[in-house]
Design a protein around this ligand. Structure first.
Ligand code: SF4
Length: 264
């Protein structure tokens, strides 16, 4: 496949996000002595969720035009440093101790792309008493595609999964992420798989009214309620923030956001 970068209005071709995950994994991961190393941009504590030590992984299998991730998302071959699972957990543990927090996560890109790496990180996290919770933030595409992946995650006790929805209809999913519309259902399937396997899960959705109509928002809620009405009650609704990378991606996709409207 021709590797997709940020979406450019009228020029981007819709892609298969499963195939893109495979190609991205071949760029951002390598196996060394039975361990899977993955590229990261950085590690630091962010003061959300009461403080959480965060590793910023390189590479994603969607191309959301509102994404705030580093530019490494679009050019993963140019950015990042390979870290083994041991190095990742050591970096997170150091941050946890230095800053007095007890939660960790992998953010930035899509953590599920590197399955072996993620599972190896989770195994190690289970053994670190200072880490009480691992927040898995995911777009849900790979967890919806392959239930056996979710089954493997179910063995870990410290995991909490946050599935982030991008749209309420297949057409809008494609428009905002660059993925083909038939993959729209996968994040909903991921949520079903997670619930079936008893993994704690909650849902976030990019329902910013500057991007999503009220009608589409209701459709998203309706689909979520079909999975479990409690998910709607606890839904985290996200807004677009004017990060430098977000502004660049919005401009390339020719999406005009009235920033001042939320301040007034
Ligand atoms: S918003 Fe999340 S799923 Fe979308 S491109 Fe960025 S990292 Fe990937």
């Amino acid at each position: 496949m021709c590797y997709p970068r940020y979406l450019v209005k009228g020029r981007s071709t819709l892609f298969d996000p499963i195939e893109l995950a495979r190609v991205t994994e071949s760029i951002v991961c390598k196996h060394v002595n039975g361990r899977q190393l993955r590229k990261y941009d950085d590690f630091y504590v962010v003061w959300v969720y009461g403080g959480i030590a965060t590793g910023y992984a390189v590479g994603c299998n969607l191309r959301c035009y509102f994404c705030w991730s580093y530019i490494s998302r679009d050019f993963p071959e140019r950015y990042g440093t390979y870290y083994s699972p041991e190095e990742v957990v050591a970096s997170l543990r150091r941050l946890v101790i230095e800053h007095g927090v007890d939660k960790v996560r992998i953010s930035g890109g899509e953590p599920t792309i590197s399955r072996d790496h993620l599972l190896q990180v989770l195994e190690l996290v289970e053994q670190i008493p200072e880490i009480k919770l691992f927040l898995l933030e995911t777009n849900g595409v790979l967890l919806g595609y392959d239930e056996s992946y979710v089954r493997e995650l179910a063995q870990f006790r410290k995991i909490l999964v946050r599935v982030s929805l991008k749209a309420g209809t297949p057409e809008k999913f494609s428009e905002r992420t660059g993925a083909k519309p038939e993959y729209f259902e996968l994040p909903f399937k991921a949520i079903k798989h997670l619930l079936r396997h008893g993994i704690p899960v909650y849902v976030a959705a990019m329902t910013d009214p500057r991007l999503m109509s009220g009608e589409e928002r209701l459709e998203l809620m309706r689909r979520l309620a079909e999975v479990d009405p409690d998910l709607v009650k606890n839904l985290e609704e996200e807004s677009v923030e004017p990060y430098e990378t977000t502004l660049m991606r919005l401009e390339a996709a020719e999406v005009d956001i009235p920033w001042e409207s939320l301040e007034s």
